[in-house]
Ligand binder design. Structure first.
Ligand code: SAH
Length: 339
């Protein structure tokens, strides 16, 4: 039996029409999916008979919040179990300007970045669009809080799962569902250039973040295998084109590793790399991941690095670190059961 949530809206409308149901039924069902209803029985604007009839044809599969951990700073990490038993993590963060939810796009990750917990053990599978939507609706339901921003910065590489991610973006943007503005969504990629180019065409309003972490090809290759497939000059060209085409600032994420990429030399090289581009650098002291053996720079060193960039005309901020005490910070999400 096919899960009713796994259809696109068009497919669902078609399937319901074949059963002789009017078009507004799809709207009602879609609204219940977005509200986080857990079963056909919760769809109370469908008659009991209709619910029974639909339940015979389509299953109503859910993601379940298996564990919710709350950090001392209020950040909440959700361990979500998909119907097939695979698990992903999503992180809820409260900022002055609204609530953000960081969601995963894959179970595990194939990109192999040397500093990141999500890639240990590789990619188990990609998530489907509806599973990403479940991350959002389950977190909203369980936290009782609205979500104002979504960031695709959890486990997985979004452009290694382009189609499903695109479907998810359209669904959360759908005015009949969550109606989230594209401008309130940020997607982060490790630098898959074809994905960046396609994304610029199809989703010019969604914010793009690039995990850069190094200021030259040699250093980047050491940290991120993806740099071999898509070398830095090619990546930078795609980013410049993106900023020009969309008129929107590209964010560069830069995790500072003590004594490695937090030096004045790196700051200068990075400034040269980014000069003249509509961009912003998000600095973050590398978060600890036991297996990597790397140490993050101090907040003080990070502030100094930011000052160096700013003095060379590159806008930069040091990101607040949220959720580190529950392993919910950047690069700490993994597919284990508890952390
Ligand atoms: N695969 C995408 C989406 C993941 S986003 C990407 O690479 O952009 C998660 C962000 O956290 C990325 O910028 C990633 O490089 C960063 N990150 C990974 N490990 C980290 C760590 N130990 N400390 C700080 N940031 C880390």
């Amino acid at each position: 039996m096919r899960n009713i949530k796994a259809f696109t809206r068009e497919e669902r409308a078609k399937a319901l029409k074949e059963l002789g149901l009017p078009a507004f039924r799809e709207k009602q069902i879609f609204a219940w999916i977005c509200r986080g209803a857990k079963s056909w029985d919760e769809c109370t604007d469908l008659s009991k008979d209709l619910r029974r009839q639909l339940a015979e044809r389509f299953s109503w599969d859910n993601a379940a919040a298996e564990l919710v951990q709350t950090s001392s700073d209020g950040t909440r990490k959700f361990l979500l179990r998909m119907p097939d038993g695979e698990r992903v993590e999503a992180v809820f963060m409260a900022y002055e300007y609204g609530n953000s939810l960081c969601i995963s796009t894959q179970v595990g990750c194939n990109m192999g970045c040397s500093f990141c917990a999500s890639t240990i053990g590789g990619r188990i599978r990609s998530l489907e669009s509806w599973e990403m939507l479940e991350e959002v609706v389950v977190c909203v339901r369980e936290s009782g809080e609205p979500i104002n921003h979504i960031v695709l910065m959890g486990m997985g590489e979004p452009f290694d799962n382009y189609e499903a991610v695109a479907g998810f973006l359209r669904t959360v943007h759908d005015p009949q569902g969550l109606g989230l503005s594209y401008r309130n969504i940020t997607l982060s990629t490790c630098g898959l250039v074809p994905g960046i180019r396609r994304f610029g065409e199809e989703f010019p309003q969604v914010n793009l973040a690039i995990s850069l972490h190094a200021s030259n090809q040699q250093a980047r290759e050491k940290l991120m295998p993806v740099a071999k497939a898509y070398p830095l000059p090619e990546l930078m060209r795609a980013c410049r084109d993106h900023a020009e085409k969309t008129g929107r600032r590209v964010t560069f994420e830069f995790a500072l590793i003590e004594g490695q990429n937090d030096t004045p030399h790196t700051a200068k090289e990075l400034a040269d790399l980014l000069r003249g581009m509509l961009c912003h650098v998000n600095l973050i002291p590398l978060n600890p991941v036991t297996e990597t053996g790397m140490t993050g720079s101090s907040r003080k060193a990070a502030a100094h690095f930011r000052d160096m960039l700013e003095s060379m005309g590159i806008p930069a901020t040091v990101r607040r670190q949220l959720g580190a005490d529950i392993d919910a910070a950047c690069g700490q999400l993994r597919k284990k059961v508890t952390s």
